[in-house]
Design a protein around this ligand. Structure first.
Ligand SMILES: Nc1ncnc2c1ncn2[C@@H]1O[C@H](COP(=O)(O)OP(=O)(O)OP(=O)(O)O)[C@@H](O)[C@H]1O
Ligand SMILES: O=P(O)(O)OC[C@H]1O[C@H](OP(=O)(O)OP(=O)(O)O)[C@H](O)[C@@H]1O
Ligand SMILES: [Mg+2]
Length: 304
């Protein structure tokens, strides 16, 4: 009997990503830049890997840690906030972790913070004693309150947490903050941060022992190349031999620049892979120091 693509097998790798929401597009774009492509199923919940045997499952982000724990998916792209919350809860219930962070991915940045009404003065964690705090992250908040030795009530809500103080459900909240606009719109202000979060690649605690190991290693190698090169630029320009000593100090973040003799000319061609921001100001400084014909090129990846 032939196996349905959705059932998969141990010779394919299955990655869970968010179906829609903040992490959906950047997760898919990142995997695409690792050379993955898919044939989408009609219901768009399962994407069959074409360029490599690496499939996608499109799900709610909260389901991703459980899918890894149950072995339904091998890897997942999820916020550290969701992974940490479910890990604490699982360790409490079962005494052991079933998933861990394999890589941080550099998007979906936000922080999990305590917020209080704008009119209050913040004097520290002890101020929360005896209050009710609304959150979708009861495990992280509970652990933090215990560490602080603060006895406060935790009101668990699955969303729209910022409105809870206005509705009289809670006195303070513990929720995700990025720009702070949602807090401000609800007359709240952030205080202490419990967790700095971003999207992560999550996987099982132990490495794979079957043919998925080689696939996962290939994916991680490509991912590391893409992540490392994400903000890097290849800078190319020409200069006279005398100008080079003045130019090199302007490239402190460059990996050993290549300096080449121009065929038939007396100038030099330089090529430098810069890991820091290549701003207009920096290009102008290089030009003043004698760089000519400056070219800035994006770098899509690098295999060390
Ligand atoms: N304001 C924000 N700025 C940046 N990243 C955020 C922000 N809010 C949330 N995130 C990150 O994006 C993740 C997904 O957020 P989103 O709002 O799409 O989740 P959701 O509503 O729970 O989606 P789903 O329907 O999949 O359950 C969060 O878990 C967090 O890691
Ligand atoms: O500090 P800010 O930039 O305002 O971002 C914070 C808000 O972003 C998230 O919600 P989102 O907008 O994703 O809506 P949701 O509550 O429906 O998930 C989070 O739950 C906060 O409410
Ligand atoms: Mg969710």
């Amino acid at each position: 009997m032939s196996q349905s693509p959705v059932q998969g097998g141990r010779d394919r790798l299955r990655i869970a990503i968010q179906k829609s929401g903040r992490l959906a597009d950047p997760a898919r774009a990142l995997l695409t830049s690792c050379g993955l492509s898919w044939r989408e199923s009609r219901d768009r919940l399962f994407c069959y890997g074409e360029s490599l045997p690496i499939d996608l499952l499109l799900v709610r982000d909260d389901d991703i840690p459980g899918l890894i724990r149950d072995g339904v998916c091998d890897l997942g792209v999820v916020g550290r906030n969701v992974l940490a919350e479910q890990d604490i809860a699982l360790r409490r219930d079962q005494g052991a972790s079933a998933f861990r962070e394999w890589r941080s991915l550099g998007f979906g940045g936000c922080r999990l913070s305590i917020a209080i009404p704008e009119t209050w003065e913040w004097s520290g964690a002890a101020q929360l004693a005896g209050l009710r705090i609304a959150t979708s992250y009861p495990a992280i908040l509970g652990d933090w309150l215990r560490e602080q030795g603060v006895d406060a009530g935790v009101v668990e809500l699955s969303g729209s947490v910022e409105i809870a103080p206005k509705l009289g459900q809670a006195d303070a909240i513990c929720d995700l903050v990025s720009s702070g606009a949602t807090l401000a719109a609800n007359q709240l202000k952030p205080t202490v941060t419990l967790l700095e979060s971003e999207a992560v690649l999550a996987g099982p605690v132990k490495p794979f022992e079957d043919s998925r190991a080689a696939l996962a290693e290939l994916l991680l190698r490509r991912l590391d190349g893409v992540l490392r090169m994400r903000h890097s630029k290849l800078l190319m320009f020409q200069a006279s031999r005398e100008a080079v000593p003045g130019l090199l100090p302007l490239l402190p973040d460059a990996e050993s620049p290549t300096v080449m003799q121009i065929d038939g000319g007396d100038g030099l061609a330089l090529q430098a892979l810069c890991h820091g921001a290549v701003t207009w100001q920096r290009l102008e400084e290089l030009k003043r120091a004698g760089a000519r014909g400056l070219l800035v090129l994006p770098v899509e990846g690098m295999l060390a």
